[in-house]
Write a protein that binds this ligand. Structure first.
Ligand SMILES: Cc1cc2nc3c(=O)[nH]c(=O)nc-3n(C[C@H](O)[C@H](O)[C@H](O)COP(=O)(O)OP(=O)(O)OC[C@H]3O[C@@H](n4cnc5c(N)ncnc54)[C@H](O)[C@@H]3O)c2cc1C
Length: 284
């Protein structure tokens, strides 16, 4: 599927920015997040530069179609922190889209505008330790109206970005109408991180890693799958080598590896889901 001319230019600009400004700083990023919870000092100026170049908030539905945005998002997904440079990181993007659709004017002013501006971060709290959360109808946190306020009772985990020092709020999914049908009982509420009763208990480990990955972890993980480089990747050649070795490892072991975004968004023909989203809407 051919991208529009404007989208092709934006894609080329994002790729040039990635190659010239982001990839060369990857080692520095890995070294920083190994010991600090916040963003490395170079991130702010990089974001400002991307913004000056018009590469900010490209995910906005009124700016690009899904089919035009998908190949751009793919470039941003090449390193774990690259999308943040363009304000295209999860879960802020889906949260911003949700707020654009559903928030009141006051909520937009308080939460959406600073997110669009990159001044705060946000999180999404759906998954719960006590229920099978792959089926969201199981979500059990209660949302109860008490005068002019909502009382939220529940325990969530796997809240991406919930422990980030700039996280200002989490959108929490819960049961607001217990008497409703299985698929009609839930709502989402905005919970400020400093609301009374909000407690961040701990960082979860993921694939054996803590919330912040050390360069040693990266090198050890790459070695595990047969990639022998002294440090984390910083060049296109490194990335190509890792991709080739991932592929060989996958072929040899038959084990799955994480490469879902391209398969889901880009696979040709009828399953081209970005196209389907554009043509049929979010119910596709
Ligand atoms: C890196 C990472 C980041 C995440 N970020 C977030 C986040 O920001 N916010 C958030 O809310 N959650 C987040 N999650 C959590 C993730 O979305 C959940 O793990 C997911 O929803 C699955 O729920 P579960 O863990 O309860 O698994 P379960 O629902 O218990 O599923 C376990 C397994 O059983 C299968 N299964 C479940 N039900 C059925 C069924 N009826 N029939 C057949 N098979 C079934 C599932 O496919 C899966 O293989 C994150 C997870 C990870 C790993």
């Amino acid at each position: 599927m051919k991208a529009s001319e404007g989208a092709s230019k934006l894609r080329a600009a994002v790729e040039a920015f990635f190659d010239g400004e982001i990839l060369p700083r990857h080692r520095e990023w890995v070294a920083h997040v190994a010991c600090h919870p916040g963003a490395p000092p170079f991130l702010g100026p990089l974001r400002a530069r991307a913004r000056e170049l018009g590469l900010w908030n490209l995910w906005q539905p009124d700016r690009l179609s899904n089919r035009d945005y998908a190949p751009i998002a793919e470039i941003m997904g090449r390193l774990p922190w690259a999308s943040e440079v363009f304000n295209g990181q999860a879960p802020d993007v889906p949260n911003m889209i949700m707020l654009q659709h559903a928030a009141t004017a006051a909520q937009k002013q308080r939460w959406l505008e600073p997110l669009l501006d990159g001044r705060i971060r946000s999180a999404f709290g759906m998954t719960e330790p006590d229920v099978a959360s792959a089926d969201a109808t199981n979500i059990a946190t209660s949302l109860r109206r008490d005068g002019g306020e909502w009382v939220v009772n529940g325990r969530k985990w796997y809240i991406t970005g919930g422990a980030h020092p700039d996280c200002a709020f989490v959108i929490v999914m819960g049961v607001s109408r217990p008497e409703g049908s299985r698929t009609g009982r839930h709502s989402c509420v905005i919970v400020p991180m400093d609301a009374p009763g909000v407690k961040v208990v701990r960082e979860l480990r993921f694939l054996g890693w803590d919330g912040f990955v050390t360069s040693k972890d990266v090198v050890a993980c790459l070695r595990e799958i047969g990639v022998d480089i002294a440090e984390a990747p910083t060049s296109k050649k490194d990335l190509a080598k890792i991709q080739a070795q991932f592929n060989a490892w996958h072929e040899e072991t038959g084990l799955p590896y994480i490469h879902l975004s391209r398969i889901c968004a880009m696979s040709a023909g009828e399953n081209y889901s970005a196209d389907k989203l554009d043509d049929l809407g979010s119910g596709a």
